[in-house]
Every structure is written in C-alpha cells, then in structure tokens.
Design a protein around this ligand. Structure first.
Ligand code: DQA
Length: 149
C-alpha cells in the first residue's frame, strides 16, 4: 500500500495558535505540519499537509488521495458537524481514515457531539491537543505496515 498520507485540515485551523488558545493551544498549524513531517520521516511516510476554509478543496484533496494515498488523517473542524459531502468523499477512499480533533468535542457544546465523519473514520481522537495528529499518523503507519506484513 502507498506510504503517502494526506493530513487535511478544515476551516479556521489556519488561525491555530491565535484562535481561542485556551481551547486549541498556542502551537500554530505550521508547528503541527513540521511535527507531522518529522514523524512521517521516522515512520517512512510521505506527508501531504493541507488546510482550507473551503469545503470543495477538502473534497478535491480526498479525491486526489483516492488515486495515490494509503491513508488520510483529517481534522474537518466545523465541517465535522454538518458536511455530508465530506463523509461521501471519504466513503470513496479505500484505506485508513483517522479523524482528529484538538479539543475534546464531547466536553463542549452539544452541536459538536455529532460527527458525520465518524461514520467513516477507522479511528477518532479528540482532546489530545495537537499530539492527536501524531498519534493518528502512528496508527495509519501501523495499519499500512500490518497490511504490507
Ligand atoms: C475542532 C473541533 C470543532 O468542533 C471545531 O469546529 C474546530 C476544531 C478541534 O480540532 O477541536 O474548528 O475540530
């Protein structure tokens, strides 16, 4: 299986570090990207890291991943809670999908408790801060290794 992994980030995550730091912490998305790339190197994964405030761009990256990637780590941000289109796109992807939320969405407002993406995700991480991305990458690497093994 391909060792290319897409790490996709939804709306407002470009403001990570500046946006509600009491909830999302002080690290920027560039910090998260650097950590994902460093871990990717350690695990032998090639990382494609993207963020968009536009739903269609996330969908287009999932379609791109369909052709090339062995896994997707996705923090769909607010799209989590209402995007059937992102769920449908993920349902066309045949390899591991990990859903990540920096905050513990279950401890927050009721509307954040439901995720459309969880209907497809092979694993969900919430409330581990930005470390969640790294845990998700480790899981994808393990699933790829197990399949190759
Ligand atoms: C988030 C949680 C979502 O509810 C929220 O809309 C976000 C970020 C998280 O990483 O904790 O933008 O996905």
């Amino acid at each position: 299986m391909s060792r290319l992994v897409y790490v996709l980030n939804g709306p407002n995550l470009n403001l990570l570090g500046k946006r509600q730091p009491h909830i999302y912490g002080h690290e920027t998305l560039a910090d998260v990207e650097a950590q994902c790339r460093a871990l990717g190197e350690e695990l032998g994964l090639e990382i494609r890291f993207h963020q968009s405030n536009r739903e269609y761009e996330i969908i287009d990256w999932i379609h791109e991943a369909r052709e090339t990637a062995g896994g997707i780590v996705i923090n769909p941000a607010a799209f989590t809670h209402y995007s059937v289109a992102i769920l449908d796109a993920l349902n066309t992807f045949d390899h591991p999908v990990m859903e990540v939320h920096i905050s513990n969405v279950h401890k927050r407002e009721e509307f954040r408790h439901h995720s459309f993406v969880s209907g497809r995700a092979d694993g969900v991480i919430a409330g581990f801060g930005t470390q969640g991305y790294l845990l998700a990458l480790r899981r994808v690497a393990k699933l790829i290794d197990d399949k190759a093994g």
